[in-house]
Design a protein around this ligand. Structure first.
Ligand code: NZQ
Ligand code: ZN
Length: 388
């Protein structure tokens, strides 16, 4: 394990079919004014909304609703949420939904009492909050982002065509998260599989960095194997509790800071994916699947040993009588087979990307330096072309 680090994750998790039973106990820790944040209506269809309202009312809370958080939440929506939170002196933000609802709630948490423009302060200047924060609790309905146990908060600014994530510190992590795998059963297949690849991508972004012998890599190989296994079951049988519960747990551990310890981490696929999202508003996980193979084939020569290890340890590639390049290449081919099998989007055209956008998307992709190869603008354009 390289480097010096500290580890603390302050989010309390309640996991399982009865997880929601713990909400009322958590609510006793906060004041009366609850801001209930949710998305476009899936929680009303599933009946979860009524259950939550009942628990809040039985707990004697005053409810201030903030519905309509869109996938890839926008900066305009953030300003609206800040107004609701401030005007009603909110004591707890209760996020009920997927990563977008959780991310947005964290953004409101740091922004409601912020005297400057939160987009400028947190997303352009990347400053940390120095004002009062509103605590956030989550009831998760979509699996993938890890937002339920991390400080990530991604906001999109369509005017400037920028989608930017700020990874806030422990004080912004949700105070608690309720993870009931059954709540994810109503997800459409497209969202479900997008989430599966989001998980895979989070692991790959952290795995493909460094050359030291690192415990985090072994943990990640286990997480990937479990994800591959359970995702194939879930695609055929979406109500398979065992598979869906495993995947929910993998998603949380894939991005709750643990496996990043001792790693430099890459995140270049996410930077390109986010920029595609800013141009197309496409589903996050699919922006990652559509560029990943081109990206990993591009950087493979610079991290060959790790790609070889990935092929053998994650994809069971038999290394006998093969060169390192052949082994590594076979690993990526196995990944491609799995991606096709679970039904991911494999090109950016399908997401609405056109040739004239490629330069702009490359410009909007922040360059990361923790992976095996630091890309330049032209390399990103090449990867995008390859992904068309
Ligand atoms: O809005 P509703 O009606 O709830 O519908 C949502 C939405 O349309 C639907 N959905 C969610 N749960 C459902 C359901 N439909 C039926 N049944 C359910 N149980 O699914 C759609 C997508 O939801 P969304 O929250 O947008 O998906 P996801 O969880 O993938 O979140 C995506 C956002 O998270 C950011 C992404 O960039 C994107 O903005 N990320 C956050 C990260 C973090 N906090 O660390 C890291 C990630 O890499 C990612 O960037
Ligand atoms: Zn992601």
């Amino acid at each position: 394990m390289l480097g010096n680090f500290s580890y603390c994750n302050p989010t309390k998790l309640y996991f399982g079919e009865n997880a929601l039973d713990n909400l009322s106990t958590e609510l006793t820790k906060y004041g009366k004014n609850i801001m209930l944040v949710y998305g476009g209506g899936s929680i009303k269809k599933s009946g979860l909304y009524n259950n939550i309202i009942k628990i809040l009312k039985d707990s004697g809370k005053e409810i201030f609703e903030d519905p309509g958080v869109m996938p890839n939440p926008t900066v305009e929506k953030l300003y609206e949420g800040c107004k609701i939170a401030k005007e009603n002196n909110i004591d707890l933000i209760l996020a009920v939904g997927g990563g977008s609802v959780c991310d947005y709630s964290k953004a409101v948490s740091v922004s409601a009492w912020c005297e400057e423009d939160p987009w400028d302060k947190y997303y352009l200047r990347m400053e940390e909050p120095d004002n009062k924060l509103i605590p956030v609790g989550c009831v998760l309905t979509m699996v993938g982002t890890g937002s339920e146990m991390n400080g990530g908060s991604v906001i999109t600014n369509h005017k400037t065509k920028l989608k930017i994530g700020h990874v806030f510190g422990e004080e912004v992590f949700p105070k608690f998260s309720i993870l009931n795998p059954v709540l994810t059963f109503t997800l459409p297949k497209y969202q479900m599989t997008a989430g599966f690849f989001d998980i895979m991508s989070h692991i790959l972004e952290q795995y493909f960095s460094g050359t030291d012998d690192n415990t985090s890599d072994y943990i990640m190989e286990g997480l990937m194997r479990s994800l591959i296994h359970s995702s194939e079951i879930a695609v055929d049988d979406p109500k398979n509790y065992e598979a869906r519960s495993n995947i929910m747990w993998i998603a949380t551990w894939a991005l709750n800071t643990l496996v990043a310890k001792g790693k430099t981490t890459d995140w270049m696929v996410h930077m390109i994916g986010q920029s595609i999202g800013a141009y197309t508003d496409a589903t996050h996980g699919m922006t990652l699947s559509a560029v990943s193979l081109a990206y990993y084939r591009h950087i493979m020569p610079y991290g060959l040993d790790k790609f070889k290890r990935f092929a053998i340890n994650v994809w069971n590639v038999n290394p006998e009588n093969k060169t390192d390049e052949e082994i590594a290449d076979e690993g990526l081919k196995e990944m491609e087979k799995w991606m096709n099998k679970i039904g991911l989007v494999m090109n950016i055209k399908e997401l609405g990307v056109t040739e004239d956008m490629l330069d702009g998307i490359a410009d909007g992709s922040f360059i990361m330096t923790g992976g095996y190869k630091t890309l330049d603008h032209d390399e990103i354009v090449d990867i995008l072309k390859e992904s068309m």
